[in-house]
Design a protein around this ligand. Structure first.
Ligand code: PLP
Length: 357
């Protein structure tokens, strides 16, 4: 039996989207390949509210996170972390020999705009990374406030991990001044895993051109330049199957309408949070609770593992807490194409299994 995924990636994918992946192959140097990428880019620009170039990478989103910090840091990167994915960005930098400092907030809290201001005011940094939506804790950073502060440092390259939020939450990339905004296919966009997606500003490209040793496969300058020179084609063979599905899913997203999609996500989040407050508690301050997943504090000391086993018998799966938060919390995703009715059904089943109401 298929278990419906309420985990924060991979997510449930519509059958019609899955089917697009079995489209017949085309040559990656054909006109059709150029047309496919151009269509995808135009739609993604709308989704990211940007005029900037769109890059796809045949890797998961982590590939572009690594590529961004390596390609665009010349002096030193300031990495702000509110959990595992922020920490990972720091490891990506240092393991590539990129100078980077980690500024970590307590788990369950945000990156404060004042802290970013203080750190950048030292003048030591030419790149900053921010996690928009930290999937390990279910905290969503106040990206507007943070971006206001970063605008005071126009020479700094602003990178955002929007892997678990883009497509479910409005991200005004250009208004916020984000140079590189990164996501993956298998989260709020509602596709199988296998492609990293980012926006890249002219400023970020020009900066990267001054950086030596940008690597090869994930060199963002090479990706950017090849797209320009080869009419929307890539240096290596891209995941064409997933590109067919992405192109189609973006049509479905535009048909739903971005505003409707974002409000559907807000509705599911509100409902799930209220449920969590009634029966357990939220792991973080509600003000910063993620719109795409809810991290529930396990105040009843239930066995999350057993709950998930029971849910599995009924055709659902949720996520345990991440890392050290395992069993202390559990995570319920409400992203991509899930609906309020899906959430009600899941939460009703949890109540039934736990005999709570
Ligand atoms: C899933 C996730 C990642 C990693 O993305 P991959 O596509 O698995 O490489 C990074 N950051 C956040 C916030 C995530 O949720």
């Amino acid at each position: 039996m298929h278990k419906k995924l309420f985990i924060p990636g991979p997510i449930e994918v519509k059958e019609s989207v899955l089917n697009k992946m079995s489209s017949p192959m085309i040559g990656h140097r054909s006109k059709e390949a150029s047309t496919l990428q151009r269509k995808i880019s135009n739609k993604l620009r709308k989704l990211f509210f940007t005029e900037n170039e769109i890059l796809l990478s045949t890797s998961s989103g982590s590939g572009l996170m690594e590529g961004a910090v390596r390609s665009c840091t010349k002096e030193r990167a300031a990495v702000f972390s509110i959990g595992s994915f922020g920490d990972r960005w720091h490891k990506m930098a240092t393991s590539n020999g990129v100078n980077a400092d980690l500024y970590k907030s307590e788990l369950g809290t945000i990156t404060k705009a004042e802290t970013v201001d203080e750190v950048l005011s030292t003048g030591k940094y030419d790149l900053v990374t921010i996690t928009h939506n930290e999937t390990s804790t279910g905290v969503m950073n106040p990206i507007e406030e943070i971006s206001q502060v970063i605008k005071k440092y126009p020479e700094v390259i602003f990178c955002v991990d929007a892997v678990s939020s883009a497509g479910g939450v409005e991200i005004q990339t250009d208004k916020l001044g984000i140079d590189i905004c990164i996501t993956s296919t298998q989260k709020a966009l509602g596709l199988p895993p296998g492609l990293g997606i980012c926006t890249m500003s002219e400023k970020a490209v020009e900066k990267a051109r001054t950086v030596e040793n940008r690597g090869f496969y994930l060199d963002l300058v090479q990706l950017y330049d090849t797209i320009g020179k080869r009419d929307y084609q890539y240096p290596s063979t891209p995941n064409l199957s997933l590109m067919f599905a992405l192109n189609y899913q973006l049509d479905l997203i535009m048909e739903e309408g971005l505003e409707n999609r974002f409000s559907r996500h807000r509705e599911m989040a509100e409902y799930t949070r209220n449920w969590a407050k009634k029966h357990f508690d939220l792991f973080c301050d509600e003000k910063y609770a993620s719109v795409t997943l809810t991290t529930v504090k396990n105040t009843r000391n239930i066995s999350v593992k057993e709950l998930n086993e029971e849910l599995g018998k009924r055709g659902f799966v949720i996520s345990n807490g991440y890392g050290n938060l395992k069993e202390k919390t559990f995570r319920i995703a409400h992203m991509a194409d899930l609906t309020l009715d899906n959430m009600k059904e899941l939460l009703y089943n949890i109540e039934d299994i736990l005999s709570i109401s």
